[in-house]
Design a protein around this ligand. Sequence first.
Ligand code: RIB
Ligand code: CA
Length: 306
Amino acid sequence: MTRRVCIIDTDPGTDDALAIWLALAAPQLDVRLVTVAGGNVGIDHTLRNARAIIGLARQPVPVVAGAQGPLLGAFRSETQVHGADGLAGVALPEGPPAAPGIAADAIRDLLRAEPRVTLIGIGPATNLALALATEPALIGHVEEIVLMTGAWSEGNITASAEFNAWSDPESLAMLLECGRPVTLATLELTGQALVTPDRIAALRAAGGGACLDAAARILAAVPPSRRFGHRGHPLHDPCAIAWLIDPTLFTHRDVHVHVECGGIARGRTVVDRWARGGAAANARLLDTLDADGFFALLTGRLASLA
Ligand code: RIB
Ligand code: CA
């Protein structure tokens, strides 16, 4: 099996934690670098959380700090979902120190060293955009960009925008126009991955190590979403990872996506699902998810971790 060389850019983040553990547990993925941005919570917390998440899995993946906030506009955290610490109050042992340097530089260094790198963005896209804007010649080394971002129906941070897209729409727009394949897991996809008490119980019953235990505690600590009638909460970021592990869990279509960067609709992703506008597709939109298959994958992989 050829393993995909990957970079995960993240803002942990309760769902980021499970996404990172899923990626580390996937034989298909070779996670070489984790870069961190401010997002769900400030970068002091997201960096500490990323170090702790990697440390708990006992895998020597470098963690590098990056953008504290977006290219333009104000930074705003999302502590209602993730708590003040970013992990819903679930304390993890301190992880190894962050690697020196800056995220955008570390991303470029790996792109320079590897001919095919998959960029996985599960937070605001600032670090990824900065890296590609600084050295455009490296774009040819990007195999695929997979993002948890955007929404074509309602938003989750404003009426019209999803949090990652809203946090840095300019960076998202840059990635959509970079000329490499971009795959999007929007809110409509991730809303099919609803974490319910039964699914948490199934995770706990799998009997894994510290990562599975922490994952179950984190999932149990996230408040149920009013968008889903308090039946559970959507597990956003692991959907982006699952696409790379088992694409048969998904259906998808090629679409054109425009990102609004100003005004009341800032961060709105205008997704032309039926090609009404005639613009060339610039993204692969993940449409449907086999939710039971997704949670079976997540549970089985997390059970294999330390
Ligand atoms: O809107 C959901 C996204 O925003 C997820 O990546 C979550 O972690 C937050 O960053
Ligand atoms: Ca995230």
